[in-house]
Design a protein around this ligand. Structure first.
Ligand code: FAD
Ligand code: NAP
Ligand code: SF4
Length: 662
């Protein structure tokens, strides 16, 4: 008997019978591009071994014009079949099925020869598309058919035709991007023609024993997109034309509304899929911000769709399905929707991975087995670095003691979790707690490790994961009663006045501003409140509890260190709250009136009831020298190594990698 009866109810999709209803949605990982098929095969194969029955690859373009960017994956030639067979072979050997995503990027193609229905530049692309001729369109339909045929020969079980998020097919559907006056534009019938012709052509190439899924934009979040009532007609047309299943896409990439970030409540968009489900008889898949088996089960139990699509959760944990099936949800490493190591990496040309699981897409590079020799190892500090190290050391059979000065695990994550949206870090701590317990790690909470005691205990190795401490800059007035730092504010140890000056413009400064302005805001947890905050709004000013000024010494703009795919969300929110940002300041002193600075050679007072230091941090590794002197093997990881550029991603990766080789 499973805890999740709806998730584990078999379903028929085209010619396939699946034993569960969890689809691993498409993700561009960067393994599709260049020659990384061996790694892609291991990445997807391990998800199949972990119980995933149906998955979709990252996007492969049907022709060169449709590529996402220079060097991005195209599948248009027979010679590529042999590489793809490695992928399909690995998935089938693991017991799963795999669809190739066919993605024509249209005007989003980040290259000079991109194309679109009309020559209208996307706001997120510097290249204006060339308008496709009728011949181009016919050739593109042929290209979809060709890629589908190649996919079948390569052993794929089907394809997903990418028709959402603002890529080529969506562009044809929307008056916003389609101004054509021929048979491919104008009337709704004409705008729908291309995706329907794609399935006609494809079906003719591949026959019936091949799944063809359409990813439909169930919510566009941009003006002048396909009208909502037309989308229902379109869904029925897709079914009639021969698509086997419809997947949901939410929002065009150019939409100024978050769709998968931490600002989005879990399961925020399921109601948008329900409209489509009610319109057709083929299976419909629900997606976006479904990250635990409980949430996914509830979505299916309430009838919002026939299947659920989880993508990033499969980066976080290859065994999501198997663990859910075994009733071991507490063992699942949960995606926290940070985008830091997946999307943010991909968008700067790196291979995607995962903050909470650095092995994702690096399965062949970060490996470990049982330790050759069991050692007694002390790990000092239970922040993310120490937790990751202790976890892997224990899995390898070492005798591990984890010593933490605070009365709980988590280190700085206990501060991070107070920021609106970042309470997802609770899942990370739950995951570590579960596995440290399973691994028999001896936990000493509320104990400050001291050098003499560590020496006396004669550990074979000591891992210093003692992290960082907030920096106190060299500035007059630091002893004033109106001065505080981020750690005290977030711990609730100080009362923050109405007028606030934040010293610093990095990630923590933005987070503290967000905490002061939006903690407790229902938009992070309730879909209706999210809509009011982000969708049904004119984007005008929001009511604020504090008048905040952020200030930094370096030139602007502020927040350059924020994530590529999420920084704009924080910037937009603070702007609506009227937060002032001053860059290029020289600090003079702090007084009871506030912060005195020089700006453009002029003295200025930034009046404040509370001044909050968010001025970076310093590494803590004072135990290292005495331990080395005593001849103990000491290893530093995370913040204890270097505070600059530190984040939880680096901390976990360093902890895991060290533990894999000790
Ligand atoms: P720490 O988290 O500092 O942990 C060190 C631990 O060692 C502490 O628990 C400390 O008590 C313990 N310790 C120290 N000395 C001793 C001793 N002698 N004996 C016993 N125990 C000791 N990062 C991200 O990647 N994404 C985010 O969204 C993000 N948001 C953040 C938001 C805020 C508000 C803050 C403050 C940080 C955020 N970070 C974020 C940063 C992230 O939390 C840190 O980079 C990470 O926690 C560093 O991990 P660490 O294990 O090296 O050190
Ligand atoms: P940070 O991003 O490096 O910012 C530090 C800030 O302190 C800068 O604005 C800097 O501005 C200022 N500063 C540095 N030295 C100073 C000094 N001596 N006196 C006064 N000001 C000084 O670091 P952070 O905000 O402390 O964040 C720590 C880490 O956590 C970062 O690596 C960050 O990536 C991570 N984090 C990530 C997120 C996320 O959402 N991904 C959120 C929070 C934190 P000037 O030097 O210009 O004055
Ligand atoms: Fe999820 Fe963050 Fe991992 Fe991306 S990096 S998969 S958002 S936890």
């Amino acid at each position: 008997m499973t805890n999740y009866p709806h998730l584990f109810e078999p379903i028929r999709v085209g010619h396939l019978t699946l034993s569960n209803r969890i689809l691993m949605g498409s993700m561009h990982t960067g393994l599709e591009d260049k020659d990384r098929f061996e790694r892609l095969a291991v990445f997807l194969g391990s998800r199949a071994e972990g119980g995933c029955q149906l998955m979709v690859t990252g996007g492969f373009s049907p022709n060169a014009e449709g590529r996402l960017r220079n060097g991005a994956a195209v599948f248009d030639d027979k010679s590529q079949i042999v590489e793809h067979r490695r992928v399909t072979g690995a998935v089938h050997a693991g017991g799963g099925h795999v669809l190739l995503q066919v993605l024509h990027s249209g005007r989003y193609g980040n290259h000079a020869d991109n194309v679109g229905p009309s020559p209208i530049q996307a706001p997120i692309n510097r290249h204006t598309p060339r308008e496709m001729t009728s011949d181009d369109i016919v050739a593109t339909i042929d290209a979809y058919g060709n890629t589908a045929k190649l996919a079948k020969e390569a052993g794929y079980d089907g394809i997903e035709v990418m028709g959402s998020e603002g890529y080529l097919l969506t562009e044809f559907l929307a008056p916003r991007t389609n101004r054509r006056e021929d048979e491919w534009g104008g009337s709704s019938e004409n705008r729908m023609r291309l995706p329907l012709e794609v399935v006609h052509r494809t079906r003719a190439e591949v026959g019936d024993d091949f799944v063809i899924m359409f990813r439909l934009s169930v919510l566009d979040l941009v003006d002048n997109a396909q009208p909502a009532d037309e989308a229902l007609v379109f869904a029925r047309e897709l079914e009639a034309a021969g698509y086997d299943i419809i997947n949901s896409g939410i929002g065009w990439h150019e939409a100024p509304i978050p769709t998968i970030a931490q600002a989005v409540p879990r399961a925020a968009f399921v109601a948008d899929t329900l409209r489509i489900k009610d319109a057709v008889d083929i299976p419909v898949v629900v997606s976006n911000r479904l990250n635990t088996p409980e949430v996914a089960e509830s979505v299916l139990a309430q009838g919002f769709g026939d299947m659920v699509s989880l993508a990033r959760p499969f980066l976080a944990d290859a065994d999501f399905v198997a663990k859910a099936k075994a009733g071991a949800a507490a063992a699942i490493n949960t995606c926290i929707a940070c985008n830091q190591a997946c999307l943010d990496n991909y968008f700067v040309g790196k291979v995607a991975s995962c903050l909470v699981n650095p092995r994702a897409c690096f399965e062949t590079e970060i490996t470990w087995g049982p330790a050759d020799e069991t050692k007694r190892i002390a790990v000092v500090g239970a922040g993310p670095a120490g937790l990751a190290a202790a976890d892997v050391l224990a899995r390898r059979g070492h005798d591990v003691t984890l010593i933490e000065a605070a009365d709980r695990i988590g280190g700085q994550l206990n501060l991070a979790r107070r920021i609106p949206g970042k309470n997802e870090f609770d899942e990370t701590l739950r995951y570590f707690r579960y596995h440290l317990d399973e691994g028999g790690v001896e936990m000493r909470l509320g104990v400050r490790a001291e050098a003499d005691k560590l020496i006396e205990a004669r550990y074979d190795d000591v891992v210093l994961a003692s992290g960082v401490t907030p920096r106190r800059p060299d500035l007059a007035g630091l002893d004033g009663e109106n001065l505080s730092n981020y750690a005290d504010v977030l711990s609730g140890n100080v009362e923050v006045g109405m007028r606030v000056v934040i010293i610093g413009g990095g990630g923590i400064a933005f987070d503290v501003a967000l905490y002061l302005l939006e903690s407790g805001d229902a938009s992070f947890t309730e879909p209706e409140a999210f809509r009011a905050h982000w969708v049904d709004t004119d984007g005008g000013p929001l009511e604020s509890r504090h008048a905040i000024t952020m200030v930094q010494r370096s030139d602007g703009p502020m927040g350059r260190s924020l994530g590529k795919t999420t920084g704009w969300i924080h910037r937009a929110t603070l702007k609506r709250h009227g937060v002032k940002q001053i860059c290029g300041a020289t600090y003079e002193k702090i007084s009871a009136d506030g912060l005195h600075i020089t700006l453009d050679s002029e003295p200025r007072l930034l009046e404040a009831d509370t001044v909050i230091l968010c001025a970076g941090q310093e590494p803590l590794f004072d135990l290292e020298a005495p331990l080395i002197d005593a001849g103990i093997n000491v290893h530093r990881i995370g913040g204890a190594t270097e505070a600059i550029g530190l984040d939880a991603e680096r901390a976990i990766r360093e902890g895991m990698k060290l533990a894999a080789r000790l």
